[in-house]
Design a binder for this molecule. Sequence first.
Ligand code: URA
Length: 231
Amino acid sequence: MTQRDIPPVQRTRAGPLDVSAIDSVEVLARYAAGCVACPLYRGATQTVFGRGPDNASIMVVGEQAGDEEDKRGEPFVGASGRLLEEALEQAGLDRGAVYITNAVKHFKWKPSGNRRLHQKPSISEIAACYPWLQAEIRIVAPQIIVCLGVTASQAIFQKRVTLRELGTMPHVAPHGGTALATFHPSAILRMPDQEQRVKAFEGLVRVLSSARGYVSRDDLGEYREDFTALT
Ligand code: URA
């Protein structure tokens, strides 16, 4: 599919719509802009699709767009995005070289006064959005995926998992590639205790550094030893 074939925004669903022939994230995003696969599109301003190079070695997956991302149409541009950017920097990674996306592409919220309060997406909403994530993974073909938090982990591992179960070790995910999990930056920001926040942030940086180590090394054996050292 070429740039010329990009359709106007229309009502789409990646499941019923065959996206297997699409080979560019830009074209995919155009289709996803009209997604009505679950009810979340009704309350959201727009679909917030992934951003980053089509050939990134590292893919970072978050939960869903937040209030600011929903308005700006880009993932991780609010407070949690700033924390993620700092963690990427400390891990020696350039944000522009990483493909950043979310398990769920629409912002789920409920009103509270004049604020929009984040709501966790349900399993069925994660499942409805999965064909988009799956297509992003197929096109970008990252060497490693970093899941931020439980929702991203559930989407990538296609089952109910906890961060504790996953630990910081890499696992082979159902898409056939390698993935590992860590804290979501928003969860870190919400931690009431400063010491806890610092520790969790260090954990996030460590996992991102490990992902960096993974892609810059051919020898998985050496890499696994690194992970042993981390746990
Ligand atoms: N939280 C996410 O999971 N994704 C975003 O894009 C922003 C906040």
